[in-house]
Design a protein around this ligand. Structure first.
Ligand code: MLT
Ligand code: MN
Ligand code: ZN
Length: 309
């Protein structure tokens, strides 16, 4: 299977339009060794022509333009995007669905019931799109049953419920329900290899740890380096945990979590951080934080990064 990183940054992108933090200012002026990144999304394909869009970022049109394999041009109106799957109802993961409105047929959309409800009420993309191409709900069950799609032969997707939060506009923001946030395991039955993808991972619950241990490729929450990064920069009053994200450093952080998986495996595993917030110092290619990650054999995703598994 092929995996393409369409967008590797968290909500807001890098640089964020109104942000003049060290990273955003430095990448804008070209004074930092860092690369621009668009908002959070990947695409998955079995044949390199038909793709499952996993999360639909506000930057989707630019991402399609930057990844010509998503446009096989088989007919006068055409796209390689056969279906979409969303992992939560956050702005950075669903807004791009509106950009698919010119489709000739309803968009098959894989979502949990909780996310479908948010997209019907809190952020009513589904009723809006009913006036354009329409959206067909393909229900993501949370019982571990695999999702199979005709466009992705041999590929199976299993969803894992994550304990995190629904977006601020969700009717169940303050009363979390199972399915507000998911991680996914994508399995290629032909190669026997798998990916675990979770751009938002607030806590490493036992079922999450098991899935992480078993995957050949991890694409996991790389939002912040420290828990209080945004607070210290005076940019927010929320910790990473308040936003449902696990920082890289500190006790029980992502570096420690990833290190602890290694001895449990008999095969090599690639560990890649994704959904990186613009404040995170790991965005600086020649910075000390990047050297720390390298010592732990942890990579940093960039737009256009691709994997063949
Ligand atoms: C998050 O994951 O916390 C988001 O990136 C927030 C947002 O999109 O505004
Ligand atoms: Mn996000
Ligand atoms: Zn910034």
């Amino acid at each position: 299977m092929k995996i393409k990183v369409l967008g590797s940054s968290a909500g807001g992108g890098f640089p964020q339009w109104n942000c003049n933090c060290r990273n955003c200012d430095g990448v804008r002026r070209g004074t930092l060794k860092a690369t621009r990144r668009t908002q959070s999304s990947i695409a998955v394909s079995a044949n390199g022509e038909d793709w499952l869009l996993v999360n639909a970022s506000p930057d989707l049109l630019a991402q399609i333009a930057a990844n010509p394999e998503l446009q096989p041009a088989r007919r006068v109106r055409d796209s390689g995007i056969a279906a979409a799957l969303v992992m939560d109802a956050q702005i950075d993961h669903v807004t791009g669905l509106l950009m698919l409105r010119e489709r000739g047929t309803p968009l098959p959309l894989y979502a949990t019931d909780a996310v479908w409800q948010d997209l019907s009420q809190g952020f009513p993309i589904v009723p809006m799109l009913s006036h354009y191409c329409g959206v067909e709900h393909r229900r993501i069950a949370l019982d571990g049953s695999p999702i199979e799609m005709a466009a992705l032969p041999g590929i199976r997707v299993v969803a894992l419920p994550l304990s995190s939060k629904a977006p601020p506009y969700s009717p169940h923001r303050d009363a979390p329900v199972r399915g507000d946030n998911i991680g996914i395991v994508i399995d290629d039955t032909a190669s026997g290899r798998s990916v675990f993808y979770a751009p938002g991972l607030g806590a490493i619950e036992p079922h999450v740890r098991d899935a992480m241990r078993d995957a050949d490729l991890l694409l996991v929450d790389g939002t912040t380096w420290t828990g209080d990064e945004m607070i210290r920069l005076g940019l927010s009053n929320k910790t990473a945990a308040d936003m449902g994200h696990l920082p890289q450093t500190g006790a029980g952080g992502m570096i420690e979590t990833l290190d602890a998986l290694a001895p449990l495996r008999d095969r090599a595993q690639r560990k890649v951080l994704i959904h990186i917030n613009n404040t995170n110092p790991i965005l600086i290619d020649d910075g000390p934080e990047r050297r720390v990650l390298a010592e732990h054999r942890i990579e940093v995703a960039y737009d256009g990064m691709s994997f063949e598994l």
